[in-house]
Design a binder for this molecule. Structure first.
Ligand code: GDP
Ligand code: IMO
Ligand code: MG
Length: 441
């Protein structure tokens, strides 16, 4: 299950919903930059690194090799869950995942400051610098954290290097290796019972024919390779990332579910063709409570972008979509959907790979009537106003992908399951109810 836009699509809610049918839930990329809000029976849970499946007592949860782990934040998250009587004993953490160190956070913050108007608008959680060290082969992995001597040797060396960067490049005071080593040894002790070979654990579950749900963080357009570079995160949130980040082969994955909002949001910098500043944008922000779970930043809001939707279908090989936050559109007289871009006077149906071209794209809209009534009580397609049904059908047709789930509120029950996306017939989802028209030319 992956995010089909720029993140915050409501993946936490949909993961929680699908976890009911899953024996194992795996996070495969990203770190505490993610923020997933799950509402169960009026209680709100905010998760960052721990898979949203943790709320089911029987489900095994795995944090895979492709993630980056800030042990301090992870332990705080474990403590918050334990305070709510949610056991994290079924949590497994990959020994190969890389560890975020204090210098990663400092460098992320200082480099954002230094970039001025070139800033990415990162979450400042040290995500990029942790992945950079991984690529540079100077990173510290969970397995190294578990060995006191290795940790001491690696951290002494790493901090010596990073102190030069902190001082010379950013004019920041040096870190004391002794203090950091002591701090991280305590984290290691707390996390040790969870650290294991997670690729092997997933394979064992696969061989035992258990249902495994791979939970993407961030979204397709934040993908390091396939997103709107450089305004992206430093990992691969796309479906292909699930294999690499979990250590499983592509033949083990049966189907891919995309999550998209009924409109679009983005946090941080970078082009956003359908962005609405003020007016309807402010209304969407207000009705959708579009403030980041991790940083509290206000999310930029705009109309649904079908070019991005089609791109997400292609890049992820989506079998079906979950459309979330349809209820947020309830009050609108009319709703626009971007069906193509105008790029330098040419009509363009595909996302341009060149970021300067993408920045020049302006949306070409089709306008649909709003339904001007509340939908948050709807529990089946038959309950929806005709205009809302027409809107969903328009999106499914535009993206040429069936819609399996419609979400109309934050809680578990505010959902229409059109077809069970896990057990339902593959690629036949929804087609008998919302007919999918033949491929557009
Ligand atoms: P994620 O990062 O993709 O998991 O999404 P976030 O949790 O960051 O943001 C989605 C927000 O919308 C959360 O506050 C959810 O509780 C909320 N939400 C999810 N689905 C719906 C929905 O269908 N309607 C409304 N109104 N809110 C929703
Ligand atoms: P979830 O899982 C939305 C964005 C940041 C910034 C860019 C790079 O909740 O959907 P980073 O700290 O990763 O180096 O920041 O990516 N970003 C997200 N935006 N949802 C997220 O996660 C995000 N994680 C990172 O705002 O633009
Ligand atoms: Mg989020």
């Amino acid at each position: 299950m992956i995010g089909a836009q720029w993140g915050d699509e409501g993946k936490g809610k949909i993961t929680d919903l699908l976890s009911k049918s899953a024996d194992v839930v795996v996070r495969y990329q990203g770190g505490v930059n993610a923020g997933h809000t799950v509402v169960v029976q009026g209680q709100t849970f905010k998760l960052h690194l721990i898979p949203s499946g943790i709320l089911y007592p029987e489900t095994d949860c795995i944090i895979g090799a492709g993630t980056v782990i800030d042990p301090k934040e992870l332990i705080a998250e474990l403590d918050r869950l334990e305070a709510l009587n949610i056991s994290a004993s079924r949590l497994m953490i990959s020994e190969s995942a890389h560890v975020t160190m204090p210098y990663h956070r400092l460098i992320d913050q200082a480099s954002e400051e230094r970039r001025g108007n070139r800033k990415i608008g990162t979450t400042r959680r040290g995500i990029g610098p942790t992945y950079a060290d991984k690529s540079e082969r100077t990173g510290i992995r969970m397995t190294n954290l578990m060995s006191s001597e290795t940790l001491q040797e690696q951290l002494n060396w790493a901090i010596e290097q990073k102190n030069v960067v902190l001082d010379k490049l950013y004019d920041l005071p040096p870190l004391d290796p002794k203090q950091v080593i002591e701090e991280y040894r305590a984290y290691a002790e707390r996390l040790a019972p969870h650290v294991t070979d997670t690729s092997l654990r997933i394979y064992e579950a696969f061989r035992a024919k258990r249902n495994i749900l791979f939970e993407g963080a961030q979204g397709t357009l934040l993908d390091l390779d396939h997103g709107t570079y450089p305004y992206v995160t430093s990992s691969n949130p796309v479906a292909g990332g699930a294999c690499i980040g979990s250590g499983v082969g592509p033949t083990m994955i049966d189907r891919v579910i995309g999550v998209a909002k009924a409109y679009t949001t983005r946090v941080g910098e970078g082009p956003f063709p359908t962005e609405l500043k003020g007016g309807v944008g402010a209304e969407l922000c207000d009705r959708g409570a579009e403030f980041g779970t991790t940083t509290g930043r206000q999310r930029r809001c705009g109309w649904f972008d079908g070019v991005i939707g089609r791109y997400a279908v292609r890049i992820n090989g989506l079998d079906c979509l979950a459309i979330t936050k349809l209820d947020v559109l309830d009050s609108l007289d009319e709703i626009k959907v971007c069906v193509a871009y105008d790029l330098d006077g040419q009509k363009c149906h595909d996302l341009p790979g060149d970021s300067s071209q993408f920045a020049r794209c302006t949306p070409i809209y089709e306008t649909l009537p709003g339904w001007k009534q509340s939908t948050d009580h709807c529990r089946s397609l038959e309950d929806l106003p005709q205009q809302a049904l027409d809107y969903l059908k328009f999106l499914a047709d535009l993206m040429e992908v069936p819609i399996a789930i419609v979400s109309l509120g934050a809680s578990r029950d505010q959902t229409i399951i059109v077809e069970d996306p896990i057990h339902g017939p593959k690629r036949a989802l929804l087609t008998d109810k919302l007919s999918i028209e033949p491929a557009r030319t």
